[in-house]
Design a protein around this ligand. Structure first.
Ligand SMILES: Nc1ncnc2c1ncn2[C@@H]1O[C@H](COP(=O)(O)OP(=O)(O)O)[C@@H](O)[C@H]1O
Ligand SMILES: [Mg+2]
Length: 601
């Protein structure tokens, strides 16, 4: 607009007030509570924190508090920190070429302060009195003395409280909390040496004290199962080093790809590199399904431009092709190695004797799986329910099932695995999960014909059911009948059990029923590969009646399990989604012994 048309102002161009500039910038830096959490954690990391406590309320829109034990700030610095483009991390343009810190733009704190109620408390070594600064939606309220241990606490309340248009875009508290959890996870994986503690209201979502390396950190965040399902990546090309973990091709795989990517320890998004990972899976015969990958790319800082976006979640490489090739190759190599390395399935890790720690980990995991990038990691439900569908499960195994004779059983390994050969491939079968699959399909087939065998008790058993299991019994009453139980409520919390499925014949009836109900009640959604009340009850029955890990078996029983397994509709997974069989291709075995090329296999 020119001055003349603007009504006679001398100048139509005016410098915007700083507060307005900050509010505009906030649009780029602060999208939702998770972005606030990300920026504050990055500042804590940049300040050398050893442990970072994050508390949120109302999904973070109500409160975000990030407390660190880093170097803290002097009063002057703290006041400056809330001003736009004030940073201690960048001094001259050349520094941008080798940024080792997360921050450098000096935008986060003023942007957050512009759209919330912010209180910053901080103290650095050598000073007695700490500083407190309060800002309300861009207006400074006070600067005063305040006690604080060495380090910094930033407390943010009422995000977008004065910007209703933005506030409207926030989702339900649980969704926002999921995004916060993902933001914390991303940074926690990049810094195993730093402790991360996340609480949402009274609920602890993450407890991760400092550890040595990515693997123990993955364990802390996702629980033991994830580590069983991934192989290490260690490779690269030219100047790009690639490390991390990717999901094994021979395990049940998520339906969607999930890549957590880091460049020089900075979490970034990069479509091209996600493609490189997909490409590697396709190249190793993995098809189009999903994967779970954690990849750390290290590249000389001067070849990476980190200043592409205000939120610093994108980077640009001087030579993108080299990075692409490095990632694709490193992952492809890891996947082919992974097939050689047998999956680790621990002895006695059956569902019902999972430890408390495992259950806690599973609970955390299932939390993360709701509303975060991890939602793709749950085994696809519905396996075993649609025999008419193409056998999706078969794709998971390293090679197709043999058309010919059943494998010959050679023996039992660690009282847990059946070792067999089909003349071509070496076949390892998990005796428990395999038997579980067999029993499961048989039970369903009989239930369909109303022909489940039931075994009556000589005298009906009256037992007291713990209160938390009573609703489960009520909900399952009909299905329990279909699957061979004869049970009825008997006043109060008592029930009367007259008969139970014949498959459980050898068990103590009371504890058996209770164990089954407990299992049904306690398993999270992610711990099932089948859906529907009847299928899940059948799966639980199958699990409770199948041979266990650690149980000695003779060759006849083992042969029967293998033979029956191959006749099931979905032989490669148990109803809880664990693998039943791993095949080691002939070529693989030959390779171990150097019988390749012209030599006889
Ligand atoms: N948790 C903290 N501990 C110590 N110093 C901090 C902390 N948070 C922010 N600062 C200081 O405030 C400055 C501004 O922070 P910020 O607005 O996030 O910009 P940037 O991180 O890009 O420098 C930082 O450069 C740093 O000096
Ligand atoms: Mg910062």
């Amino acid at each position: 607009m020119r001055a003349a048309e603007g009504g006679g102002f001398l100048s139509a161009v005016e410098r915007l007030p700083e507060d307005l500039v900050n509010k505009i910038a906030a649009g780029e830096v602060v999208e939702r509570p998770a972005s606030v959490v990300k920026e504050l954690i990055e500042n804590a990391i940049d300040a050398g924190a050893r442990s970072i406590h994050i508390d949120i309320e109302g999904g973070g829109a109500g409160l975000v508090r990030v407390r660190d034990d880093g170097r803290g700030m002097s009063r002057t610095d703290a006041e400056l920190a809330l001003e736009r483009h004030a940073t201690s991390k960048l001094r001259k343009l050349e520094d941008l070429q080798a940024m080792a810190t997360h921050g450098f733009r000096g935008e986060a704190l003023p942007s957050i302060a512009a759209v919330s109620e912010l209180v910053l408390r901080t103290r650095e070594d050598g000073t007695v009195e700490g500083t407190e600064i309060a800002v309300s939606h861009g207006r400074r309220l006070h600067v005063r003395d305040a006690g604080h241990p060495r380090g910094t606490t930033v407390e943010m309340r009422d995000l977008f409280g004065a910007v209703p248009a933005r506030r409207k875009f926030l989702r339900a508290a649980s969704t926002e909390a999921g995004h916060v959890a993902e933001a914390v996870t991303l940074l926690a994986l990049a810094r195993p040496e730093t402790g991360f503690y996340l609480k949402s209201g009274a609920r602890r979502l993450l407890e991760a004290p400092p550890v040595d390396g990515l693997a123990p950190r993955l364990y802390q965040v996702f629980g033991p199962r994830l580590l069983e399902d991934v192989v290490p990546v260690e490779g690269g090309a030219d100047w790009a080093v690639v490390r991390g973990f990717v999901s094994r091709p021979d395990r049940p795989r998520p339906s969607r790809p999930s890549l957590r990517l880091y460049v020089n320890r900075r979490p970034v998004r990069d479509r091209a590199l996600a493609k490189a990972v997909s490409e590697a899976y396709r190249g190793s015969g993995g098809g189009e399904r999903g994967f779970e990958a954690f990849l750390f790319v290290e590249a000389p800082p001067h070849l990476v431009d980190v200043n592409v976006h205000p939120a610093k979640t994108e980077v640009r490489f001087a030579d993108a092709r080299t990075v692409w090739a490095a990632v694709e190759r490193a992952v492809r190599e890891a996947l082919s190695e992974g097939v050689r390395e047998l999956p680790r399935v621990e002895v006695g890790r059956d569902a019902e004797d999972g430890s408390v720690a495992e259950r806690a980990a599973a609970a955390t995991r299932s939390f993360f799986e709701h509303g975060s990038a991890l939602s793709g990691t749950a085994p696809a439900s519905g396996w075993g329910r649609r025999p008419e569908a193409p056998d999706r499960v078969a794709e998971v195994s390293a090679s197709p099932a043999p058309a010919g004779a059943p494998p010959i059983v050679l023996g039992q390994h660690r009282l847990t695995y059946i070792v067999a050969s089909d003349g071509d491939e070496l076949v390892l079968v998990d005796q428990h999960t395999a038997h579980e699959r067999v029993r499961f399909e048989r039970l369903l087939e009989r239930a369909g014909r109303h022909a489940v065998q039931s075994q009556g008790l000589v005298t009906p058993l009256v037992l007291e059911l713990p209160p938390e299991l009573r609703p489960v019994l009520d909900a399952q009453a009909e299905t329990l009948g279909e699957l061979g139980f004869d049970v009825e409520a008997f006043g109060g919390g008592s029930i009367r059990l007259r008969a139970l499925p014949a498959v459980l014949g050898h068990k103590d009836p009371g504890p058996a029923l209770e164990g089954i109900l407990r299992d049904l009640a306690q398993r999270g959604e992610a711990e099932w590969a089948v859906a529907g009340t009847r299928d899940r009850l059948a799966a639980t029955l199958a699990c409770h009646s199948a041979v266990r890990a650690g149980q000695p078996l003779n060759v006849e029983s083992m042969s029967a399990i293998v033979r029956d397994l191959l006749q099931t509709a979905h032989p490669t997974l148990c109803p809880h989604g664990r693998p039943t069989v791993v095949r080691i291709p002939r070529a693989e075995v030959s390779r171990w012994f150097g019988r390749t090329g012209w030599r006889r296999q």
